[in-house]
Design a protein around this ligand. Structure first.
Ligand code: SF4
Length: 508
């Protein structure tokens, strides 16, 4: 991909050659020039799409009618049209078929760059891309599926009409959802059994002489295996080229921001400022704080101290829920002086950093509370630290004990631990919200600890007190232009700011 200059114009047959099919294996990287603005927009929009796929994959049975219906609706509401009319290159609803395919292609490759960096990121990316691919492949008309296979050189041997006739009874008996008419009308593929292990393991296909006989509707499993293998190799290759990409100072901040990207409301804007009294914090921590903040609050009350990772994460959260600077100073001072720090030392060593967090010192930047992605993916806690996300960073046994202490039911704990096992940390937290608030469906996708607090307060107070803030959040969802984006300048600035702020916190 080239990233400078103006976009190369592709016209006529060269456009058609580039994207022959609405679905692709993303074999060739894009070669055209692309502006940094487009680079960033495509990346953020695909990230939103993959997050939607992840959320639905956990809240619904994958490929069920409900899953497909919801995904159809969600994709419609995102700025990411994927449905295609094969063969039509004319403009539909403002976006031509070529533009749709181009966006799909380029955005996939940008996220490859951002998500090849660690094993965790690669696994997450492959899973979401596979789910998206399966949904799109299943949505294709049978003719277009065959087209896709041919165009991608997936030349699975089709069983001749005569052989199908001879094997008809056996094929019907061994394959789910296959009738005599379907055997006659649709293709059946003959594939070496080692390429169809998933289907063999689940006894969904007929086996003969080392070959699996795959009905047309099951071919997606084979194609997906192929897609997974290709993508996983490609990510490993991409990771090798990272040093070169990281040396590009325009891209490096964008890419590292993307893998931690948060695409929701900016909670540095304090709508509730001054509405919370210090006396309320203990009660609020039990009712409305997410587990990460409840854990930090408890540690602070018990140890009268938090190391700098904890002070940053918790301090910015408290600021986001509405503590004023004066309240924050009083809060931290009163707790620290109960421990080994006297008032004088607090004023010298810690008060500056609290004022700095509120933008009253140094560069006078209004710092943003951490999103879940930031907490989960950066700065993991070590011995003596209490920051981080308990769903990501706690040992499962320890997490279980914590949840038992907080009176979560055994079945609820099992559900949470299952989600943690599948690395769906935010969904595990959302489940914790549902269980502790006694609601069946949280009704929001959790992305931010301050969002957790806001939603909890909204629920507990019948939506009165923080209505203003919720409205703002909804507005920002509705209007893509107002969504917080990791603009190049902003992300660079944010990293500098955080680095700058970090240096003011001394660790003890
Ligand atoms: Fe905190 Fe987010 Fe983890 Fe929940 S998922 S505990 S809000 S970091």
């Amino acid at each position: 991909m080239q990233f400078s200059g103006r976009r190369k114009k592709l016209v006529g047959s060269s456009q058609n050659d580039l994207y022959e099919h609405c679905l692709q294996f993303y074999g060739q990287p894009p070669l055209e020039n692309i502006s940094l603005t487009e680079f960033e927009t495509f990346a953020v929009e695909r990230l939103k799409l993959l997050k939607t796929v992840e959320n639905l994959g956990v809240s619904c049975v994958k490929n069920s009618e409900q899953y497909i219906k919801k995904l159809d609706a969600e994709i419609l509401s995102l700025n990411f049209p994927l449905k295609a009319e094969l063969g039509e290159q004319k403009v539909q609803g403002g976006i031509s078929e070529y533009e749709k395919r181009r966006k799909d292609h380029i955005s996939h490759f940008i996220l490859r760059l951002a998500y090849c960096q660690t094993e965790d990121l690669r696994r997450w990316f492959i899973q979401q891309e596979m789910d998206l691919f399966r949904y799109r492949f299943n949505d294709l008309h049978s003719k277009h599926k065959t087209d896709f296979l041919h165009k991608n050189n997936l030349k699975y041997e089709t069983v001749s009409a005569e052989e199908k006739k001879n094997l008809q009874d056996k094929l019907i008996a061994s394959s789910y959802g296959l009738s005599g008419t379907k055997v006659e009308e649709h293709d059946v593929y003959k594939v070496p059994f080692q390429d169809a292990l998933d289907l063999v393991r689940t006894r969904k296909v007929y086996l003969l002489a080392g070959n699996a006989y795959i009905p047309h509707h099951e071919i997606v499993t084979i194609v997906l295996n192929d897609f997974r293998t290709r993508l996983s190799k490609a990510l490993a290759m991409t990771a090798r080229s990272l040093p070169a990409v990281h040396s590009d100072e325009r891209l490096q901040p964008l890419l590292s921001h993307l893998s931690h990207a948060y695409v929701g409301q900016d909670y540095s804007i304090q709508k509730n400022i001054g509405k919370i009294s210090l006396e309320q914090i203990d009660a609020l921590s039990g009712k409305s704080f997410p587990l990460c903040m409840r854990h930090l609050h408890k540690a602070l009350r018990e140890n009268h101290h938090l190391r700098h990772g904890g002070r940053m994460q918790y301090g910015l959260f408290l600021k986001g829920i509405g503590l004023t600077l004066e309240q924050a100073l009083q809060f931290w001072r009163s707790e620290f002086v109960k421990g080994k720090v006297d008032a004088d030392k607090f004023d010298k060593a810690y008060a500056y950093s609290v004022r700095h967090m509120f933008g009253k010192e140094g560069k006078r930047t209004d710092y943003t509370p951490y999103s879940c992605m930031k907490v989960i993916l950066s700065n993991p806690p070590s011995q003596g630290d209490y920051h981080g996300c308990p769903f990501r960073h706690s040992d499962p046994e320890l997490l279980k004990q914590k949840l038992q202490n907080y009176k979560v039911s055994p079945s609820g704990i099992n559900q949470i631990l299952e989600l943690v096992k599948g690395m769906h940390y935010q969904l595990a937290c959302q489940k914790y919200f549902e269980l502790t608030h006694n609601v069946e469906d949280a009704g929001f996708s959790l992305n931010h600890p301050n969002q957790y607090f806001t939603e909890s307060q909204k629920l507990l107070s019948g939506g009165r007190d923080i209505k203003k803030e919720v409205d703002t959040s909804q507005r920002s969802q509705e209007n893509p232009a107002s969504v917080t984006r990791p603009s190049q300048a902003n992300s660079k600035q944010a990293r500098e700011e955080m680095g700058d702020l970090d240096s003011f916190f001394q660790d003890e």
